[in-house]
Design a protein. Sequence first.
Length: 419
Amino acid sequence: MSLKIGVIGAGSTYTPELIEGILTRLDQIPVSELVLMDIDEEKLAIVGGLAQRMVARAGSPLAVRLTTDRLEAIRGAAYVLTQIRVGRLAARRLDELIPRGLGYVGQETTGAGGFFKALRTIPVILDIAREMREHAPDAVLVNFTNPAGIITEAVLTHGKVRVVGLCNGPIGTIKAMARALDSQGQDLAMRYFGLNHLSFAADISRRGRDVSAEVVEALAAEAGNGDSPILRGLNMVPSSYLQYFYRRPDLVAQQQAESKSRAERVMEIEEELLRLYQDPNLNEKPKILEQRGGAWYSTVATMVIAAMVGNTGEVHIVNTRNNGAIPDLPADCAVEVQATIDARGATAVTQGPLPLRVRGLVQQVKAYEQLTVEAAVTGDRETAIWALINNPLVGSYAAAAELFDRLHEAHREYLPAFS
């Protein structure tokens, strides 16, 4: 058996991370052809060149082809990986700066900034899904594009292809818990439930012994004064993105005091990475890539693909259809939970009801996500405003309308449905 994998958005500086992961799992993922696609020909040549040198250094017969033609990457693929950024980092910068200038959280995956990233991205992802239906009908869409939960929601609702949404957040959470217990993590069991960037680990056990309180106390002790009472009050380990909801005023003030936004810092790192990638003697992932974010991306992506290829039934934390795993949320919506991974894709494992302390927040954010998908597909301003009203980081009609109009004006060229 040999497989073709297409990567959409392969000009991303994350791509060497993915290449490294694939090379380490060639015995489990028999890839014969890897097609790297991006609309930015210059970045693709730089990043793709490094990818080809990495494969050559490994002595692998894997064929790595570069293209700006999306259909060339999709046609006949067994897996299509998406890691796109519509509007690039310049759009991310606006997603961060415009909300914070109005007194709101400015972040690329949550709040008003994450909402507009979703509006720009969903139509493109659904176009990719349409092309998959026509040219790779048996392929699985493996999405790493943020906001991953909303993108998965859109594909489940409108894409009509198999999809698995990935995020490196859960593996980061598990590694933090393992560190707190001086463990490698393989001996931990837990319930893991919620939405992407709004998820929780609870009922944590190690070799059959409940260690929830031990883990929470260890993480609370090393956390700052703002986070430790939240951890102890939840008695669970939340995604780090919960800080935007539980400490909103602090985070807004912190962002407004920053001399550079995260997007501006990432732009500098990207520039340095691309400079390094152009070195013809570089044939491995550079250390500075760790500063870019996305740690363990290749680990997550290749473990999940290997489990699908091998039909192993392994359990991984992914974004997939709820199907009753969390009974407090719609059965057909996207959730971030433990799931069985096999040749069919991902099947959510039952996690039980949401704890009362987080139930309302998770349900409200899910309503926001579903309205966001509806707004992106219909191009309806009023639906978009009501999506933002349902986002706890916005909340009021006046705020939602102002944020929508300001960000719509900034991103108009990437939002044709709203014109």
